[in-house]
Each structure stands twice: as C-alpha cells, then as structure tokens.
Design a protein around this ligand. Structure first.
Ligand code: GLN
Length: 538
C-alpha cells in the first residue's frame, strides 16, 4: 500500500487526433522514470460497452489486456511506454457507466430517487477513476478523457473532473489540457485563438486547466507562450510546447525538455529529486535512429489502408527492428488485391511476410496465397491468429491435398474443417466480450523454434478468437512435417505451429503483438526480424 495517490486528468481541445494518448503516456513515463508508480486510464465517451464490437474502420485496433478486456488502442501505448500491464479498470466507456447505473437502479439501489446524470452518472465516473487510486498500487493515476471538450458526450466527464478536483483539494489533482496552435502559412503566424476558445469552454464547465500542452508544427516563441498564459490564467512555465515528432518514442524526451514532468510534480506538491532514469529508453531510441541495415516486411491484411488497424503489430516490429538495429519498412499489402497475376511481383519485393489477424471472409483467399508463397519460397513467415489459421488451411489444401479444407468460420460444410469453432463458443449468442479473451498459459515443446525464442517451457500470451485448430487433423499435419510447438496445457488447444523445413515459418493462435514494449521487445518478433535479416543477407 503506497502512502498517497495523486490524480492527473488529461483533456483535449480544438480537435481530435492531437495525440492525447502519446502525451499522456509520455508524461506517465517521465514520472515513472523519476521513481513514481503510475498507471494510465482512458475514459471513452461512446455508448458501446467496449470497442470489441467496433469495426476497425471505426476505431482502429482493439487492444486486449491480460485480464481479457477489449479496450481502446491507447492502452497499447500505455503498456508499450510504461512496460506495466493495464487491466479492465484502465478503460471505461459511457456504455459501461450507464450499464452499471441502470443495473443498480433495477436493483433498487437508489432508494426511490430519480436517477440523473448529476449525481448518479458523475458519481459512477468518479468511482471508476478512484478505483485505481484506492488500489494502493499507484502514486499517480493519470486519466485521459477521450473526445474533445465541448462534445455533448464529454460533458458528464468534465463535470466529474470538476467535482473530483474540488473534492481532492489543492495539490492532489491537476488538469492538463492539450490544444492545437495552428500555423497559418498565409499570415506566417502561429494562432492562439483556438486555444483561448477551448480553455474558455473548459472554464464554462468550471474547470481551470493547470497545464496547457500546445500541439504545434512550429516552435512556440516566448511571446506566443506569454500570450496564451495571459489569456488562460497560467504561468508561462505551464505552457508547454509539443512539436510534431519524428517518432512517437521521441515525445517523452521532448516533454522532458519542456519540463512537463517538473511543472506537473510542482503542482502536485511532489518532490522531483534526481534526474529521471531514461537510460533504456534512450538506448532504444539510439538504435531506432541509427539502423545498420534495412528490410521490407509485407503486412498482409484487409484493413491495411487504415493506419491504426494493426497498431500493435506495427509497433512490435519497430521494437524488434530497433533491437537488431535494423530499420523495418512495413509494406502494406491488401489481401483482397492479391491474386495469381500479381503475387510474384508484390511478394518478391519483401524479405518477410506477416499475415495479420482478422474476422470474416473478405480477403482470406489472398492471405492463403501469401502463406503459400512464403512457404514455397522459404521467405520468413509469421501468422498471427487468423494468419495462423490461414497457414493451417494452406498446408491442408496444398500439402495434405485436402482441396476443400477451410475454417468453419467461412465454410460450415467443409469436409476438412481444419479450423473449427471452439467447443466453448458454440453456445455463445451475444457478440460483445464473449470470445476467448486475455492471457492463457501455453506449454512449449523443447527443441523447437518456439523454445529457441522463448527460452521457456511455459509462457503466457493474450488471445482474441472463437476458432481454433481442429485436433482431429493433428496427426495428419505432424506426419507431413508440421510441429505443434505450443499447446494449452489445460485443454490441449494448439497455440503455436511451425514448419521446420523453412528457416522461419511460425503461426500463433494468440496475439504476441500486445505484449511487445520498448523495454521488452517480444521474442517472436525479435526472432522473425532476425530471420528476415538473414534472408536479406542471402
Ligand atoms: N476470426 C478468427 C477467430 O475468431 C481469428 C480471430 C483473430 O484473428 N483475432 O478465431
């Protein structure tokens, strides 16, 4: 039990997509590097209970925590920056808040009162924020409020922040407001008016920000800072510049230069002691920026045009690349567009092929072709979740000769259902939160690629799927050279398959990308990138 807990609320103004998640993660990183125990929470003002049922085009990747919550992709940034797992409690949506309040109302817990946004919804928001603080595990809880100040959906959250700030008292909580200071090329000037307006909006809700982080493409001159400070009731030192960065991993250092951590600690009345320890972070950045070679990895997926759809995979490849001092260029390959005419042209360009996770029929034949190309040309291959299932189907069709092999997700009547729905899933009718989710143990077979990479007989990885390898076909695959090197010890589900005929051909039913962090790049991605580099040297 730690002796105290302070709260930081991060709000956003002017426009969405300012990078609140990265600024939050960066501030948390700096506090952690000064010895504080920190966690980050995201409050999302939409009505879905969680983003699990959202199409990636709507909301990017769904991130999965150890305890099986389907969450906003910002939690991935929090874990990658802090190297500490998050949980269900770190992501709360309006849907979740209302669900709780309505259930309590049905149970008669409000004693006949009229149930209202204030106090009942705001009380539930405050309770969800304080749960983390009261756990006794953190010195600082940083809560990022999704959306933009002024949105109808955000109002109850801002009101909850106002109440909490008052209740917690001075120096126990602060509000960091992120805004945009646009550069008008025609006038050759940085404009402060949007920031002024956005702070006015916050003030209308009774919230005075303590720190302003100004996103800008240009340097903020002293007089611009002074102007913002004057209009927003702040000291100039509390106006922080946040310039566009070369990589998101630069942001903690940029924020340190601006002394965001020091201003924060001063306002929270916490000692800042010695310099933050960022040795590992800096060594990662140095390797990231000074690669000694370059490779191309084809990411075969159906949402590749959307930047955020495979966020964790992209970042995991960056971490593994930096580890090997190798720049990994990710070539996005739309699985739907892959066909017999273009496959050679497209895939002969890359030195590694990663087939991505996914749901539904669209683009699966292209994924199967990509696996076949990787297998036949001995190009390093990593298949994740649906990617592993595609590798299974490809092998069944083209090596075992089961031409109609398929997953029952796509063909319920296949005579060779090599991928089938898990028994436990067959009775499930509801969509949200009902897949096999979160961390499960996996036993690793010695003398395999998986063992060579993990150096461990028992690992734990996170899952998000309904279908699995059909163990009825296990022997047939084994007779033809597939090794099932990772198996769930409790129910015998296949978690890893590999094909030792090729230097690197690995399919995993779980999602290793969720566990890769700056300080702990994931062994599978490290192994994959190393194999890609070796292929490149041939
Ligand atoms: N659609 C597949 C399943 O449900 C794969 C899921 C995934 O790739 N995350 O099993």
């Amino acid at each position: 039990m730690l002796g105290f807990c302070k709260y930081i609320f991060v709000t956003g103004g002017v426009t969405s997509s300012l990078g609140k998640g990265i600024v939050s993660a960066s501030l948390a990183k700096l506090l952690q590097a000064r010895g504080y125990s920190v966690t980050i929470q995201k409050l999302d003002p939409y009505i879905n209970i969680d983003p699990g049922t959202l199409n990636p085009y709507e909301h990017g990747e769904v991130y999965v925590t150890e305890d099986g919550a389907e969450t906003d992709l910002d939690l991935g940034h929090y874990e990658r920056f802090l190297n500490v797992p998050t949980s269900q409690a770190n992501n709360v949506t309006t849907g979740r808040i209302y669900e709780t309040v309505i259930r309590k109302e049905r149970n008669g817990e409000y004693g006949g009162k009229t149930v209202q946004v204030i106090p009942h919804i705001t009380d539930e928001i405050k309770r969800r924020i304080k749960i983390l603080g009261e756990s006794g595990k953190y010195h600082v809880v940083l809560t990022e409020i999704g959306g933009t100040v002024g949105d109808i959906e955000s109002l109850p959250y801002i009101e909850a922040v106002r109440q909490l700030k008052y209740e917690l008292g001075d120096n126990n909580s602060i509000v960091v407001h992120l805004t945009l200071v646009p550069y008008l090329a025609s006038a050759g000037e940085l404009k402060t008016k949007p920031t002024q307006h956005s702070v006015k909006l916050l003030l209308e809700s009774g919230v005075q920000p303590d720190i302003l982080v100004c996103r800008t493409s240009h340097k903020l001159p002293q007089e611009v800072r002074a102007k913002i400070a004057q209009f927003c009731n702040l000291k100039v030192s509390a106006v922080i510049e946040s310039r566009d960065a070369e990589t998101i991993y630069d942001v903690p250092l940029l924020m340190k230069k601006e002394q965001l951590d020091i201003v924060t600690l001063e306002k929270l009345n916490l000692p800042f002691g010695s310099e933050p320890n960022l040795t590992e972070w800096k060594s990662f950045l140095h390797k990231l920026k000074n690669p000694t070679e370059e490779v191309k990895i084809g990411l075969v997926g159906k949402y590749v045009e959307l930047k955020d759809a495979y966020k964790s995979i992209n970042e995991a490849l960056i971490h593994a690349g930096a580890y090997h001092e190798c720049k990994v260029n990710i070539i996005d390959i739309h699985s739907e567009d892959l066909n017999d005419e273009n496959i050679e042209r497209v895939l002969s360009e890359v030195q590694g092929i990663l087939v991505a996770p996914g749901f539904g029929q669209r683009g699966i034949e292209g994924k199967i072709k990509a696996v076949q190309y990787a297998r036949e040309h001995k190009i390093p291959f990593l298949g994740i979740c649906l990617g592993m299932q595609m590798a299974t189907i490809e092998f069944a069709r083209n090596v075992l000769g089961f031409k109609e092999a398929n997953s029952t997700e796509f063909d319920k009547k296949s005579p060779y259902p090599v991928i089938d729905m898990m028994e436990s899933q067959k009775a499930v009718t509801q969509l949200g939160g009902t897949m096999r989710l979160g961390a499960y143990p996996c036993k690793i077979l010695p003398n395999t690629k998986a063992f060579e990479l993990y150096h461990s007989e028992l690992i734990s990885e996170r899952h998000r799927h309904r279908y699995e390898f059909n163990n009825q076909f296990k022997e047939e695959f084994e007779k033809n050279g597939i090794i099932f090197s990772g198996i769930n010890p409790d129910n015998q589900l296949i978690e890893i398959l590999e094909y030792p005929e090729n230097p690197f051909f690995v399919g995993v039913q779980f999602h290793p990308e969720y566990k890769s962090t700056v300080e702990n790049p994931h062994p599978l991605f490290m192994g994959f990138v190393k194999a890609v580099m070796e292929y490149n040297h041939q």
